[in-house]
Design a protein around this ligand. Structure first.
Ligand code: SF4
Ligand code: SF4
Length: 498
């Protein structure tokens, strides 16, 4: 087809010249239109260039060498079948298709969590798309000219893939609907498929913890890593504070992990304080008096096992507002951390397990009209939306605060508060409205930017999250207007940790 297109261009140019037109391309003559130029014009041009640039320093051979097209490597001119095969082999054909209609408008820059020029971070989607385009050209060059089939250059894709919190904030302003969050997940899957995706032992351990449903392993991990390891990290942070560089993060990974303290975890998990519940059992909590509504509450790994006071408070508040609460078996995860870490198999098995389990729970409680599926985490909301849990439990997935607002919760009080909007916002940008309607917080000021926690990103790339944390610090200090302390509200447990 491309050969036919070339023949068509030949005929168009012949006609242009016959009608007295001028041979030109959209950016000038270029190497592809050179062959249509009148040889007399070319000779005049060469003579002029010899006069003004006798050593041929400026663009040597340009608009001079008629054989040039045979020697240069410009895949964008000739994306023939061979290139398509190469891209398929490197599994980057689908990646190329996802980003190649980027119009470079830069509208995605503003809200991107990893765009922070003050710390030298320029990884917003537009730049990443440019980098992907260049990398694809380099891969094609390498495969064709060096006959290299190991695609070693793909390793550079990891830097692009790592600079993303999968927040999807760039999707809304993008005029051509590029979801760079999903593009980043695809990049990680490609790297994982080639066996060149790096992952730190901390990330791997955390993913195993989140996937494990064993009470013994969960208790051991919590004690050894979250409690003892957390205390050691906080002590290490204090000890190494004097040797930490002020601005850029240190080169050594262990020192990077000691740049800022991890918060303490509560002493007990949700299952520690609830009646015993097996892996195939559910717990049902009835409010005092007759239930006014029924909800299925999915605490997820974060609210159940990390900051467990969140799930305890959620159940308490739901019961207090007259809701019957159905709680799934312990130690479940929505699968989102596995998905964004390109653990495709692990993610697939979590999704399948949750889908089957939720359907069985729905069937078991077929006599109940559920009002909603309640979450206390934005990523859980995304994870459950992906398996359409809303269809089983009342047709909607609601954040706890949004649900309690609907149920008429009001709080007395006043004061000055800050608010952090999480990347995975379970209140869909309506948190300030909800806070206003619930009351009790006086004036609330939103502080922009990502908290830097970003799931397991702070474990795998503490250098990236350190810069993000710095940006958040600056924004918080600005919002505090010189006050000595502030209370920050948020609707995300990861943001709470960040
Ligand atoms: S998903 Fe978020 S962090 Fe990733 S590129 Fe888009 S805005 Fe930036
Ligand atoms: S907003 Fe979309 S089209 Fe514009 S530069 Fe960003 S990714 Fe490209």
């Amino acid at each position: 087809m491309l050969e036919r297109a070339d023949r068509v261009v030949d005929r168009v140019m012949e006609k242009v010249i016959a009608l007295g037109g001028v041979v030109s391309g959209e950016h000038g003559i270029g190497v592809t239109k050179l062959k249509y130029l009148d040889p007399k014009i070319l000779a005049e041009l060469s003579a002029y260039r010899l006069k003004v640039d006798p050593k041929g320093t400026m663009n040597p051979g340009k608009l001079d060498d008629l054989e040039v097209l045979q020697h240069i490597f410009t895949p964008s001119f000739n994306l023939l079948e061979l290139e398509a095969h190469i891209l398929q082999r490197a599994q980057i054909e689908s990646l190329s298709k996802k980003v190649d209609y980027c119009i470079r408008c830069g509208k995605c820059k503003i809200d991107c969590c990893v765009y922070y020029p003050a710390r030298g971070m320029f990884y917003h989607p537009r730049n990443k798309n440019l980098a992907i385009g260049s990398l694809i050209e380099a891969l094609l060059f390498d495969a064709q000219r060096e006959r290299s089939t190991d695609f070693a250059l793909l390793r550079w894709l990891e830097e692009v893939a790592d600079h993303c919190t999968i927040c999807h904030k760039c999707l809304k302003p993008c005029p051509v609907d590029i979801d760079t969050g999903e593009v980043s997940v695809l990049e990680r899957e490609i790297l994982s498929g080639w066996g060149i995706k790096h992952s730190t032992p901390m990330t791997e351990m955390t993913l195993s913890y989140l996937a494990s449903r064993s009470p013994g392993f969960n208790s051991m991990f919590r004690k050894a890593v979250l409690q003892i390891g957390g205390a050691a990290q906080r002590a290490g942070t204090r000890l190494t504070a004097p040797i930490q560089p002020e601005n850029d993060p240190p080169a050594l990974y262990p020192l990077r992990m000691l740049r800022s303290q991890v918060p303490e975890v509560p002493s007990a998990t949700l299952s520690d304080i609830l009646p015993e519940c097996g892996p195939d059992q559910v717990l049902v909590f009835e409010p005092e008096g007759e239930a006014e509504s029924s909800v299925f509450y999915f605490p997820g790994c974060g609210s159940e096992r990390l900051i467990s006071t969140i799930s305890m408070a959620a159940i308490h508040m739901l019961l207090e507002r007259g809701s019957r609460v159905v709680l799934p078996p312990p130690f479940l995860c929505c699968g989102f951390p596995a998905h964004v870490n390109a653990k495709t198999e692990q993610y697939g098995s979590i999704v399948l397990r949750n889908s089957v389990m939720f359907s069985q729970i729905r069937e078991m409680f077929s006599y109940i009209d559920f009002d909603a599926c309640i979450v206390t985490c934005g990523t859980c909301m995304e994870g459950l939306e992906a398996i359409e849990a809303d269809r089983l439990f009342g047709g909607r997935i609601k954040d706890i605060a949004g649900f309690l607002q609907e149920k008429g919760l009001t709080i007395e009080g006043t004061g000055k508060y800050l608010y952090h909007a999480p990347c995975h916002d379970s209140l869909s940008g309506k948190a300030l409205e909800a806070i206003d309607s619930i009351g009790g917080f006086g004036s609330v000021r939103a502080v922009p930017h990502c908290c830097s926690e970003a799931g397991t990103l702070s474990l795998s790339r503490p250098d990236i999250t350190d810069s993000m944390l710095q940006r958040k610090r600056v924004a918080i200090l600005e919002a505090m207007h010189g006050a000595s302390g502030a209370v920050m509200l948020t609707n995300c447990l990861h943001a709470f940790r960040g």
